[in-house]
Ligand binder design. Structure first.
Ligand code: HEC
Length: 290
């Protein structure tokens, strides 16, 4: 990569109104391998439902180590259709809600910053009432170093509970959390989110509750809708502060991501199963040094 190209890319980003960008993404994302992951609409499928043997077919195998992706990775579109239509585990189906969203995920790094790019075709709007009127779309991902119980098998699912906000009958004040979650003990998901309406990145975490600030790793986040195609690029330092997972070459991390499409809030998002993100290491998604 030539210096001039880096400077050029940096200029473009600043011009888009990102604020301070301390590092530039790969000059040519077209040369970075993409992994296609199909997000699906999960309805009401909290860990309590997932692990209850009488309701979910995978409960027993989860106990012996299978991952969600082992059983489901090739059928997430079908699962989304079953659920969004209200045939399964969705007591309040939204007419016209996209059942699934195929997303291309790319990752790269430059030795001290991880760059992630997500791109997908904007699904048709449902026309339903806006839950988040400020933000047509929000994209978030979470990372875990292997401390959150269940994250190894399920990506973000370990933070999905029946008593969380927007679940049927749950209190509006109760946010996402993980079992035994504590920043001090390192038991947390690192959480990064970009909001399309507010045009702002958030660097938070999920431990005993969800916090949307405090992290120091996020250096830039931006997205754009070009015709009907979204692309969101996030730049994150390998190390940050409180609630930031420290990344290192040769290591892999538990990874999951979600899109709140169609002005959605809370559980009404599209989610991935759990995948592995590797830094110069073989994984579902590998960030190689550029
Ligand atoms: C051993 C295989 C297996 C594993 C592992 C597994 N599941 Fe399942 N899952 C099933 C089967 C079989 C069904 C369909 C029948 C049922 O509902 O029990 C199902 C159903 C579902 C459904 C309802 C939609 C549908 O297609 O019926 C969701 C959502 C789901 N699983 C999510 C998950 C998540 C999330 C995980 C990981 C935390 C997971 N599953 C792990 C086998 C598995």
């Amino acid at each position: 990569m030539k210096r001039t190209m880096i400077a050029g890319a940096l200029g473009t980003i600043c011009a888009m109104g990102l604020g301070t960008v301390q590092a530039a993404p790969p000059a040519d994302w077209g040369k970075v391998a993409a992994t296609e992951i199909t997000l699906f609409y999960p309805g009401v499928s909290p860990m309590e439902w997932i692990t209850k043997g009488t309701e979910h077919g995978g409960a027993r195998a989860l106990k012996t180590g299978d991952t969600c992706a082992d059983c489901h990775s090739d059928e997430t579109a079908k699962m989304g259709q079953l659920i969004a239509s209200g045939q399964k585990i969705e007591p309040a189906p939204i007419a016209g809600k996209a059942p699934f969203i195929p997303v291309k995920v790319q990752a790269a790094h430059d030795g001290d910053t991880l760059y992630m790019r997500f791109s997908w075709k904007q699904p048709k709007a449902s026309g339903a009432a806006k839950m988040d009127d400020k933000n047509p779309m929000k994209l978030a991902f979470m990372l875990d170093v292997g401390k959150v119980e269940g994250a190894e098998q399920s990506g973000c699912w370990a933070s999905c509970h029946a008593d969380s906000r927007t679940m049927p009958g749950a209190a509006d004040s109760k946010k996402k959390y993980v079992k035994g979650g504590a920043l001090a003990g390192g038991v947390f998901y690192d959480l990064v989110q970009w909001r399309s309406g507010e045009k702002k990145g958030f660097d938070g975490h999920v431990a005993d509750t969800r916090v949307m600030e405090g992290g120091k790793a996020l250096v830039a986040a931006d997205g754009k809708l070009d015709g009907d195609t979204w692309s969101v690029v996030i730049a994150r330092k390998f190390t940050g502060g409180e609630g930031d997972v420290a990344l290192a070459a040769g290591k892999t991390y538990n990874f999951g991501f979600a899109i709140h499409d169609d002005h959605a809030a809370g559980r009404f998002h599209h989610v991935s199963l759990g995948y592995k993100l590797g830094i110069d290491a073989k994984a579902d998604i590998t960030a190689s040094k550029q």
